[in-house]
Design a protein around this ligand. Structure first.
Ligand code: FES
Length: 108
């Protein structure tokens, strides 16, 4: 099963299994990882699943946020960067095994 490493704003990290077809937001919630809220359940409409995709993974997750995703990210609590994505919109595949995402300081 592919793995994702979630790095907290404080620097701590956890690496967990996230099934193929599941999104990165749910991967965090199902594994009890703080730092991603996912309030809307992936509708997407809340931007509380904001993450910064590690630079090595930008292309493999499909590049930077789409125009629609970028618009939603304007509601994010923390600074939006070129690496910002909604983690509910990143769907796991075997090609994403080893994905690294950095969580912002806050989601609200
Ligand atoms: S969970 Fe709400 S936008 Fe991703």
């Amino acid at each position: 099963m592919p793995q994702v490493t979630y790095i907290e704003h404080s620097g701590g990290s956890r690496t967990v299994d996230v099934p193929v077809g599941e999104n990165v937001m749910r991967g965090a919630l199902y594994n009890g990882i703080d730092g991603i809220a996912g309030e809307c359940g992936g509708a997407p409409s809340c931007a509380t699943c904001h993450v910064y995709v590690d630079a090595d993974w930008t292309a493999r997750v499909g590049g930077p946020a789409s125009e629609a995703e970028a618009e939603l990210l304007q509601a994010a609590a923390c600074e939006v960067k070129p690496s910002s994505r909604l983690s509910c919109q990143i769907v796991m595949s075997d090609q994403l095994d080893g994905l690294v995402v950095h969580m912002p300081e806050a989601q609200y």
